[in-house]
Write a protein that binds this ligand. Structure first.
Ligand SMILES: [Zn+2]
Length: 373
């Protein structure tokens, strides 16, 4: 990694001069730091994608419970994705603004989350479901990536790069219950850590896909509020909403969000995944500058040559281990609140940040990429 870092990235002026023992190229020296997301007028709002209610066969969550949990967990919007049922897209479905929280109607079906749809998705397979969701003006995200076999799918907006339910699948069922309960009695708010694993396989798949096409990474909360051991409810909506979120970067305004704003941010990849236990979810910024302009996460930045420099800047609310990746490989790393690196050439660049929590280093922030072409 050190070799890659020295070849492709320059740390700061002093380290650069030390590493290369040569002059800075004029172009590289001339790139000012890119503006932060806040300086671009963007603010982060907390979103939950993949949520089930009593309209799914496997949840009893009432609209009142879900709204209450959203308010307790500081959630700004929820994409409801009930399993299809006769009432799942009826007037009983949560939709519009309730208690200051925006709800988008949708479905989980055929291995996709269809977000912001009006009519039931029918059809034989995942590809047909993607087409039907987008024909209705909605967005399709691949759900439960561990179950997807055909990765030649087209037309979807993105994929879950973490799914809480998927995360439990590699655990022995008996151990899961015993360890979950033990963790619960130690501290209910952190009991999901008893099965938590960093989503390395999903991230590797995402990086592979990103080389071919834009794929927006989101978190799938897969909230059900349906895991009970005796009288103990292990997964109240609040806990699931706090554990991980998809934060969207939207114009900085007060008041409830509207559908168009959320859909535009999700479609553009102006969003990042934030795990709640390691640290605060905002403000987070990942931006870049090249000779022709600036970019925020989700954007494309075009270069005029293969050796052209791009200056990347990541800002976190608190200190963490910040890793800059290009096409899935780490090219720079720093511990702090800010990463400021200049790299050369095209690639899919994104940031992962990690933070220690109770003696264990956890993923904290996973940004969407800046696509340098
Ligand atoms: Zn689900």
């Amino acid at each position: 990694m050190r070799t890659a870092l020295l070849i492709s990235c320059s740390a700061n002026v002093a380290l650069l001069a030390f590493a290369f023992a040569g002059p800075l190229r004029a172009q590289e020296a001339g790139l000012a730091p890119p503006p932060t997301a806040a300086e671009m007028g963007l603010a982060a709002r907390r979103g939950i994608l993949h949520c089930h209610s009593h309209l799914s066969h496997d949840s009893k969550g009432t609209p009142e419970r879900i709204v209450e949990a959203c308010r307790a967990a500081g959630v700004d919007f929820v994409a409801m994705t009930d399993h299809p049922s006769p009432e799942s897209l009826s007037e009983k479905a949560l939709r519009g603004v309730h208690g200051g929280v925006l709800f988008l109607a949708g479905a989980e079906t055929k291995q996709i989350l269809a977000v912001h749809i009006r009519e039931k998705i029918q059809g034989p397979d995942t590809q047909a479901a993607i087409r039907q969701a987008t024909d209705q003006g909605g967005l399709a995200f691949l759900a439960h990536p561990e179950e997807i076999e055909d990765w030649s799918l087209e037309g979807y907006a993105g994929m879950e790069i973490y799914n809480l339910h998927s995360d439990t699948k590699d655990e022995d069922k008996g151990h899961l219950a015993v360890r979950g309960l033990a963790a619960y009695f130690e501290d209910p708010e952190t009991c999901y850590l008893s099965f938590f694993d960093p989503p390395r396989e999903f991230l590797a798949r995402w990086d592979e896909l990103g080389k071919r096409r834009r794929v927006v990474g989101i978190a799938g909360n897969d909230a059900h509020e349906n895991i009970r051991l005796g009288r103990i409810l292990l997964d109240p909506y609040e806990r699931t909403f706090r554990f991980v979120a998809t934060m969207v970067l939207v114009p900085d305004r007060d008041g409830p969000l509207d559908e168009a704003t959320v859909l535009a941010a999700l479609a553009a990849g102006r969003c990042y995944v934030a795990f709640g236990l390691p640290g605060p979810a905002a403000p987070v910024s990942f931006t870049a500058r090249a000779a022709r302009g600036t970019a925020a996460m989700g954007d494309e930045l075009s270069l005029s040559g293969l050796r052209e420099s791009v200056r990347f800047r990541a800002e976190l609310p608190e200190e963490g281990r910040i890793v800059l990746l290009r096409d899935g490989a780490a090219v720079a790393e720093v511990t702090g609140r800010t990463l400021d690196r200049t790299c050369e050439g095209p690639g899919v660049y994104r940031v992962e940040a990690y933070r220690a929590f109770r003696g264990r280093e956890l993923p904290w922030i996973l940004t969407n990429p800046i696509y340098v072409r």
